[in-house]
Design a protein. Structure first.
Length: 218
């Protein structure tokens, strides 16, 4: 009985470590951003959230050199932030590409993390029935480790995808009735892959512990 309890405790410990490891790795290696995209008529409203400490690699946000980014520092660098955040997105509809008009830029919170939010508006010459988003930040030099979780709403439909360096574009064609295609990774896929990897590692850990117990017993 004690052996089985130790075995189960080992499994639980392994599960805890595995649950914590991806989050820690993500926080260290993959800064997270967000996109809230809403299509209405001929206009696309795009709220872009980016990690202020990743942005520090491209814009001097720590003006007082204390190692932190605050609201005043973001407000003082709105022009530089607009120059960076406004040039990393390419949106088109029906072959027409629209340039963004940048509204407010502020330090806020998203997903319980500090974020710099930029409100961008893309206006087209006609109703947006299909949408092509190119998350082009990855084309910028040294912009590598990042993922952006996007929630996109067009009419009464929504899509959730994740932009990464290997999957940086999203195409949604509703006008033809065709199923949308996306090279951006669906959020559900990442969750499922994470669960499968965790399960496989847990199984391997369980097998190793079981083999060790049998060897010690022998």
């Amino acid at each position: 009985m004690n052996t089985m309890k130790r075995f189960m405790a080992g499994l639980l410990l392994g599960a805890g470590l595995l649950a914590a490891w991806p989050l820690a790795a993500s926080a260290h290696f993959e800064p997270v951003g967000y996109s809230d995209v809403t299509v209405g008529g001929d206009t696309v409203d795009y709220a872009l959230y980016m990690d202020p400490y990743q942005l520090m690699e491209f814009v001097d946000l720590d003006l007082n050199t204390d190692g932190y980014v605050d609201e005043e520092e973001v407000a003082g660098q709105k022009e530089a932030l607009a120059g960076f955040m406004g040039t990393g997105l390419r949106l088109s509809s029906g072959g027409e590409e629209a340039k963004p008009v940048i509204g407010r830029i502020e330090l806020t919170e998203k997903g319980k993390l500090p974020m710099v939010r930029a409100d961008l508006q893309f206006k087209f010459s006609g109703p947006v029935n299909n949408l092509d988003i190119e998350y082009a930040f990855f084309e910028k030099e040294d912009f590598v480790h990042h993922l952006n979780m996007a929630h996109i709403q067009l009419a009464n439909e929504t899509k959730d995808v994740v932009f990464t360096k290997a999957a940086s574009s999203f195409v949604w064609d509703r006008a033809s009735g065709a199923t949308h295609s996306a090279s951006a990774v669906p959020t559900q896929t990442i969750v499922k892959l994470g669960a499968l990897i965790a399960f496989a590692l847990l199984a391997a850990l369980g097998a190793a512990l079981w083999k060790r117990r049998r060897t010690a017993k022998a």
